[in-house]
Design a protein around this ligand. Structure first.
Ligand SMILES: [Ca+2]
Length: 329
């Protein structure tokens, strides 16, 4: 018996000793790029298999169609009651090729991001009622909402200020953004550059662990979305988003930056990815990044490489399987 237990413990991946399902708050820009659509779909798929519990979805974009698009996907996957928060003032605005179209063509109830609950308020409400050290936040957009959460003052929702509330309730943050080991391209694309002050604030003051996940070459190596072009997916909102977004690209796949973050948040880096604990993410004033091996920041970790012997196309196939709604669910 003892042997069996030892064998079992050796086989369990990184996070599986943690509580299941993993309680997740998903924070997205859901506007300019389409991998947010794939990432939220993956999260729903992991919720359907009992691995994730989606506590709320936050939108970091002022684009009024982003929150309705989140609602479209929540509704499609059978979870229309997931609370949705939206940044209200001083947020980033990106245009979107697909958000308004999805919001108008598929069922959703929120109507406009302007009608959604203010994200900081919703964060505080959700966190205040969760057990200590139990929530994983995954950001695949701007860090505006999580920065505002950190800076929030004690109120009638919680006697704790934002930083203390996060320290008490949030196990860790998984933050997709930046390119590693160094990103010098200052064009304002990517998650850390449109609102660099928030990015720096979160990287410097987040009181629990942050696992950063990279974009660029790393995320491009995992081409996903092909599965949405199969006949069974023809009427899904994900197909509509991908086919619209990819017009002009002459292909039916896209990078997986936001999906990597969701996967790591729910299942952990293993078996596909390497977790680098040593070092720190230095975010410059323009939002560009460099991963420095020294000095070590014990809060910062990085997922930007594949585990030894892993074929990125095998990862892509596994990811694709997680991007669709399974029959009967
Ligand atoms: Ca995104």
């Amino acid at each position: 018996m003892k042997k069996l237990v030892v064998l079992f413990l050796c086989m369990v991946p990184w996070l599986s000793l943690a509580q299941r399902p993993v309680k997740i708050i998903f924070d997205t820009d859901m506007d300019s790029d389409v991998d947010d659509v794939g990432a939220l779909s993956m999260l729903h798929s992991l919720a359907s298999s009992g691995e994730a519990d989606i506590l709320a979805v936050m939108v970091s974009s002022l684009n009024p169609w982003s929150a309705p698009t989140v609602d479209v996907l929540n509704t499609y996957f059978g979870r229309p009651d997931i609370p949705i928060g939206n940044v209200k003032r001083f947020g980033v605005y990106h245009p979107s090729r697909y958000a308004r179209m999805l919001a108008e063509e598929f069922p959703q109830r929120v109507g406009s991001g302007e009608k959604a609950t203010e994200a900081t308020v919703l964060y505080r409400q959700i966190l205040a009622r969760q057990p200590d050290n139990s929530v994983v936040i995954v950001t695949v957009g701007d860090l505006t909402n999580v920065s505002r959460l950190l800076a929030s003052a004690p109120d009638t929702i919680s006697a704790l200020g934002g930083e203390a509330l996060v320290a008490k309730k949030v196990k860790h943050l998984v933050a997709m953004g930046g390119r590693y080991p160094v990103e010098t391209d200052a064009r304002p694309n990517g998650n850390f550059k449109p609102d660099p002050a928030s990015s720096r604030h979160v990287a410097n003051h987040w009181p629990t662990k942050i696992i950063f996940t990279g974009g660029g070459v790393f995320a491009n190596a995992i081409p996903t979305g092909k599965i949405y072009f199969e006949p069974s997916q023809a009427k899904t909102p994900m197909r509509r988003a991908y086919e619209t977004f990819l017009v002009g690209w002459n292909r039916n796949y896209h990078h997986s930056a936001d999906m990597i973050a969701v996967y790591v948040a729910v299942r952990g880096p293993e078996p596909f990815f390497k977790l680098q604990e040593q070092g720190m993410n230095h975010i410059f004033e323009n939002g560009t990044t460099v991963w420095r091996n020294e000095p070590d920041d014990r809060r910062h970790a990085l997922v930007n490489e594949f585990a030894e012997g892993v074929d990125p196309l095998v990862v892509a196939k596994k990811f694709d399987e997680l991007l669709i709604k399974k029959a009967g669910k």
